[in-house]
Design a protein around this ligand. Structure first.
Ligand SMILES: [Zn+2]
Length: 435
């Protein structure tokens, strides 16, 4: 696992800050002129040739054929005429503060400050892989909030983040910690039982700055002593949780593998269901009717099964991973065919950060076209993050979050695993091929 992280790290040839080196216009905002040999318009699905993008400050100001759109005087030129430019990718299910080498009992030795530092490493690897925004769904010690704020303040580099803080869940459930015997009185920060305790915990998370609420509606793969099929939380608890979160303008993400838990969460009004392994026909119908986003991490189980034992994942978790993997993949295909809102999310942090794009080829293998898979990680993910006027598209007014690959990703979606250029908010973060 370490090796793959390091391999990704070594391909980064240079990182620059364009602040201070780029030209400025009369309002003293830096102006950048990007030439794109090909540009994938994710909305129309068309690949446009020889386009130019003018960026003022951190946002796109104009876009059009390079023959029509001349380079403004003093604009810094970024020549991507040999590459295909796409919007920065979005992963709607990450754990940037998690170290993928520390699962099971090993995770118990991680202090709160160390969690924060792992986040710095995870954020950089994720951005370098072309993921310019993430929705982070579950971190301890509110380390995700510190990470989001440090990135926003420009102190460290990383993707734009929407964060949940500690996930809510019942005593002994997937979102609790069940590793130690009673004398240690161990319990996760997000544990709450009963509708009012759940509401109080939602309020507490909001108090400390979360953007959304995450909770566990069923057992899970990586927790000790939980069953993936078993429902966690009554409908009353889920409804109270969703009501409280929505009342404060926060969306709700429900972790759910089991059939009944998925349906109960959708009926309670959640905005997204995570994993969705054992969804049935009725569940698909409910999700479609409600427009619930289904975030299905269909790559991670291969990683868990192949390498999880070395990372400390418990034997029972390896077994559960084998149980859900095939179901989840077949159900992604069914969900997509049924017209459900499938959104790209990977559970990074369980596997090494920066390998997020591996999942695209899995989505294509299970029935999505490359364009549909890319839309799930741009347009659809942006909508789930409530940022669809800012990210997920290359258009005037949007953040200048761009990536470039060498070739046509609609013909070979694995090109997204080798992103050559990453720009976030008009700033070049990674450039393997600039002329
Ligand atoms: Zn997760």
């Amino acid at each position: 696992m370490r090796t793959s992280t390091r391999v990704l790290g070594t391909v980064v040839v240079w990182v620059i800050s364009t602040l201070g080196v780029v030209a400025e216009d009369s309002d003293s905002e830096p102006v950048t002129y990007v030439l794109a040999g090909a540009l994938l318009d994710v909305e129309s699905g068309k690949t446009l040739r020889d386009q130019a993008i003018i960026i003022v400050g951190d946002r796109i100001s104009e876009i059009g054929p390079s023959s029509d759109l001349t380079r403004p005087r003093h604009a810094t030129l970024i020549d991507l005429s040999s590459l295909t430019v796409l919007p920065g990718l979005i992963d709607a299910h990450t754990h940037l503060n998690s170290n993928p080498n520390l699962h099971g009992y090993r995770a118990l030795e991680v202090s709160a400050p160390r969690t924060a530092i792992y986040g710095v490493v995870g954020a950089e690897a994720t951005l370098m892989a072309g993921f310019t925004s993430v929705r982070d769904v579950g971190a301890e010690h509110y380390a995700d909030i510190a990470l989001r704020d440090a990135i926003e303040a420009g102190e460290i580099i990383g993707p734009r983040m929407k964060v949940s803080g500690p996930p809510l869940g019942m005593t002994g459930g997937h979102c609790d910690s069940n590793l130690l015997p009673p004398r240690f009185e161990q319990r996760s920060e997000g544990v709450a039982d009963g509708p009012w305790a759940v509401r109080a915990k939602v309020r507490e998370n909001i108090k400390y700055g979360v953007d959304l609420i995450k909770f566990c509606a069923t057992g899970g793969v990586l927790s000790k002593g939980t069953e993936v099929g078993a429902v966690q939380y009554t409908l009353e608890e889920m409804t109270a949780l969703v009501d409280e979160a929505h009342a404060h303008g926060r969306k709700v993400a429900a972790h759910a593998h089991g059939t009944e838990g998925i349906k109960r969460a959708i009926r309670a009004g959640v905005d997204s269901v995570e994993h969705v392994s054992l969804i049935d026909k009725e569940g698909l119908r409910l999700a479609r009717q409600a427009g619930t986003a289904l975030v299905m991490d269909i790559y991670v189980d291969d990683y868990i099964i192949a390498q999880g034992e070395l990372a400390g994942i418990l034997p029972e978790s390896l077994e559960k991973s084998r149980q859900v993997a095939t179901n989840m993949r077949e159900n992604l295909q069914r969900a997509h065919e049924a017209g459900a809102n499938v959104v790209f999310g990977t559970d990074s942090g369980v596997y090494p950060h920066g390998n997020n794009a591996i999942q695209f080829s899995y989505m294509v293998r299970f029935g999505m076209s490359p364009l549909e898979a890319i839309r799930s990680s741009t347009l659809k993910a942006a909508a789930l993050l409530d940022m669809d006027a800012d990210i997920g598209s290359i258009a005037p007014g949007y953040f200048a979050d761009l990536i470039a690959v060498d070739g046509n990703p609609l013909e070979d979606v694995t090109l997204l695993q080798d992103v050559r250029v990453v720009m976030k908010g008009g700033r070049v973060i990674k450039a393997l091929e600039l002329r």
